[in-house]
Design a protein around this ligand. Structure first.
Ligand code: CMC
Length: 427
């Protein structure tokens, strides 16, 4: 852009460079603001703040566009594979056949977890939420892989990245098997990343498990659609945790904890629970009225987004995939009819139209995951599994950035001013 942004604060003028990216809004570089004016900016929730420079993912929320390294998400979801998208996110370019084979092979060969880690599970109750298990077990990885926690060594960073992407499906599958009281199933190296995960999750050791290509394909697509999403809450958490120099396993555990919240990754579980609670289309108006009522904390789960003020492009892909997958699997879930009807009613309602609230990625994913056989409490685990590559790519980008500093936001202080301590018998 070139022009500086001019600020006049208390009659003291100052100027700030305006910086342009390759696409998207310009940013005003205010790094010198405090030194020049003694004032901070105030932006709770980061609604107008770019916290970093990144070349991984681009979102145009008004147009409903999502690009990974420049490639539109719908093209990746329809034509690519999760392993290929993972390579793309990490390395910036689509792999050649040889590069993809090598990468897939490396990931496959890191899927096993330390046998002692399996013992760790026994400390959890069988009815623990699997996201609670994920937070604990992924955090514990740093206690098992000391040889890849030096973040200043690019080789160790690479190995830690591969380990995280490879072991997350194993840990997620173990969390599920543990909850249903079945033994853990080891990975099998001749299967794809996604096929392997399905087998480790659903196989019963007394029988052969055949990966259903329809399910494998649907699952892989869901993984692609969740792989990265720019500087969302959990990714920003990973970056902030990593900015102190914390090891990558600890940082990803922090991201998982953040993702769990119902306003973020926890919304897929909440959305399906909501659709089931609605039950039949005739109850939709009651729930729409609740969502619009300011005195009721209820929100339409799977609706609305901080960035998308148009259709979430991921929801578009999943809406179509939900019908395809259910048809192919020969399943008929009335929840899908409720979801479609709810979407139609909400999209015509002035409340949702005026606030630009559209279905997000979580609205239809649950219908597919449920058809595949996952219980709702596993939905956010699947999101965490897929998002791990995005977190790892963003963490690596941050560590390699020469401008990187520890993240340290400031505040608008509204507490008591200085006062003297009063002994307890005088209060
Ligand atoms: N149902 C009813 N009203 C809503 C909804 C909803 N789902 N979402 C936003 N609103 C209203 C909200 O009450 C507010 O109204 P007003 O301006 O009158 O106070 C207005 O729309 C703006 O909402 P906001 O909460 O200020 O917007 P935000 O950008 O802070 O929140 C959100 C975004 C995703 C947290 C929110 O839309 C929401 O809670 N949605 C439901 C949960 C959900 O589906 N989350 C998944 C997000 S996509 C996947 C992911 O990122 O993990």
């Amino acid at each position: 852009m070139g022009d500086n942004a001019k600020l006049d604060l208390g009659g003291k003028p100052s100027e700030y460079p305006v910086v342009s990216g390759t696409i998207g809004p310009d940013v005003i570089d205010i790094r010198k603001l405090y030194a020049a004016t003694g004032a901070f900016t105030f932006d709770p929730g980061f609604t107008s703040t770019a916290a970093c420079e990144s070349a991984i993912t681009y979102i145009d929320g008004d147009e409903g566009v999502l690009l990974h390294r420049g490639y539109p998400i719908d093209q990746l979801a329809e034509q690519s594979s999760f392993m290929e998208v993972s390579y793309l996110l990490l390395n910036g370019e689509l792999p050649s056949k040889a590069e993809l084979d090598k990468f897939s092979n490396t990931i496959t060969r890191h899927t096993m977890v330390h046998e002692q880690l399996a013992q760790f599970f026994r400390g959890f109750r069988r009815d623990a939420h699997p996201m609670a298990i994920m937070c604990g077990v992924v955090g514990a990885l740093s206690a098992f892989y000391h040889d890849s926690t030096d973040i200043n060594d690019p080789q160790q960073r690479l190995i830690a990245s591969h380990r995280l992407i490879a072991k997350i499906p194993t840990i997620a599958a173990m969390a599920y098997q543990y909850s249903v009281g079945r033994p853990f199933v080891f990975p099998k190296n001749d299967l794809s990343y996604t096929g392997n995960f399905l087998r480790m999750t659903f196989a019963n050791p007394a029988e052969e498990y055949e990966v259903d290509p329809i399910v494998e394909d649907a699952m892989d697509k869901i993984f692609i659609l969740h792989a990265d999403h720019e500087q969302n809450a959990s990714t920003s958490t990973v970056r902030l945790a990593g900015s102190s120099g914390a090891n990558p396993f600890a940082c990803i555990a922090a991201g998982i904890a953040c993702l769990w919240g119902p306003a973020h990754g926890g919304a897929n579980e909440a959305a399906l629970n909501m659709l089931r609670e609605i039950g039949t289309p005739d109850r939709i108006p009651e729930f729409i009225a609740r969502a619009k009522n300011k005195d009721d904390p209820f929100r339409l789960m799977g609706f609305g987004h901080r960035v998308y003020k148009n259709f979430d492009p991921r929801a578009k892909v999943l809406s179509k995939a939900a019908t395809d997958v259910l048809n192919k699997l020969g399943k008929n879930d009335p929840v899908l009819d409720t979801a479609r009807e709810l979407e139609q009613i909400a999209l015509k309602d002035p409340y949702f139209v005026d606030k630009k609230l559209y279905p997000n990625v979580d609205f239809y994913s649950g219908v597919i995951l449920s058809a595949i056989g996952f219980p709702t409490n596993m939905f956010t685990v699947l999101f965490a599994l897929a998002r791990t590559v995005g977190w790892v790519a963003q963490w690596n980008e941050m560590i390699s950035d020469p401008q990187q500093k520890i993240g340290r936001p400031r505040q608008l202080y509204t507490g008591a001013t200085k006062r003297d301590y009063v002994p307890v018998d005088k209060r």
